[in-house]
Design a protein around this ligand. Structure first.
Ligand code: GLU
Length: 321
């Protein structure tokens, strides 16, 4: 698809992970993603990213859907549940293995921490390369160590440049800053980076608008797209919402959850108006998401995090239908 076609008919996605309740920060990035695509007549997909099997919960999958509908967002086609489409992702992982672009790794988090002598509890980048060129096959790795093996992608040398519509140009040397990263976890499930890349490609996504906490993952996704022969989507990383102290909102901050606001009787249009105001869009107090299609201008979006102060939060809590 060339640039003109993409401009004419972009395909975006909303890709929540059902590991907790969605909060106002999610509402903001999802609304922006939806406006950006809808106002150019594009399509929007909803993909539930539930590969973090230990934390993903069915109740949250349902909750995500209801929150989005409540906000007035819609999507094209079925809801895509990532864990139901693993064959294609696993096939691409196998491809990389056949081509020698990934290698088996039996390191646990604790091993990596020890190799890095990092302080407790944190695995820092880069991966020290312990298993690189150590085994000739997954079978050999597992037989020799008695452990399950994951697969790591051999990151290329040199710097990777990410051009984003909003965020400053990013240049990362993956070898020194990230190291070889996992594409298959030791429990056999594909890791986030490859799951996102394969799903974006097969679902025809041309625009990835998401919170800028994921900007750091983009160079890894870019090199995977290159290895798999996929086109790059257009990236738009938007600043996060933070609380008064400058911390990003966490999914477990239940008082800020959409479910809580919904249950408390908040008018969702107040959330739409708060998002629109914070994005420099002209807005009436009671416009629905659909009524503001056409008003988003990314050039006017502030480049700094949006602070959610107590007064705004109280106003949102009290906004009644
Ligand atoms: N599912 C991811 C999250 O909720 C987002 C993935 C993406 O946008 O690439 O953090």
């Amino acid at each position: 698809m060339n640039t003109d076609d993409r401009e004419r008919s972009p395909v975006g996605r909303i890709a929540p992970s059902p590991t907790g309740r969605l909060h106002l920060g999610h509402a903001r990035s999802f609304l922006l993603a939806w406006w950006s695509v809808r106002q150019r007549g594009g399509r929007m997909r909803l993909r539930i990213e539930d590969l973090d099997a230990e934390r993903a919960q069915a109740e949250h999958i349902d909750g995500c859907r209801r929150d989005l509908e409540w906000l007035g967002l819609d999507w094209d086609g079925e809801v895509i549940v990532q864990s139901k489409g693993l064959e294609e992702i696993n096939a691409r992982v196998d491809d990389l293995l056949r081509r020698g672009l990934v290698y088996p790794c039996v390191c646990s988090r604790a091993d990596i921490r020890a190799a890095q002598s990092a302080p407790q509890g944190r695995v820092t980048s880069p991966y020290p390369g312990t298993c690189r060129d150590k085994f000739t096959s997954v079978e050999e790795a597992e037989r020799k160590t008695g452990r399950d093996a994951g697969l790591r992608f051999r990151v290329p040398s040199g710097s990777v440049e990410v051009v984003d519509r909003l965020a400053p140009r990013l240049e990362v040397d993956l070898q020194s800053e990230v190291g070889d990263f996992l594409v298959a976890r030791r429990n056999g499930l594909p890791a986030y980076q490859i799951a996102v890349v394969v799903d974006d490609a097969r679902q025809g996504i041309t625009e990835v608008l998401r919170g800028d906490d994921l900007l750091a993952s983009t160079p890894a996704q870019k090199v995977l797209q290159e290895a798999l022969g996929y086109a790059h989507p257009e990236w738009v990383h938007v600043p996060l919402v933070t609380d008064r102290t400058g911390r990003r909102l966490a999914k477990r901050a239940d008082d800020l959850s959409l479910a809580e606001l919904r249950a408390g009787g908040t008018d969702p249009r107040a959330i739409v108006a708060w998002t629109a105001r914070g994005a420099g869009m002209p807005t009436g107090e009671r416009a629905s998401a659909a009524q503001l299609v056409g008003e988003l201008d990314l050039a006017r979006l502030p480049r700094d995090p949006v602070t959610l102060d107590e007064a705004s939060l109280d106003a949102l809590r009290e906004a009644r239908l």
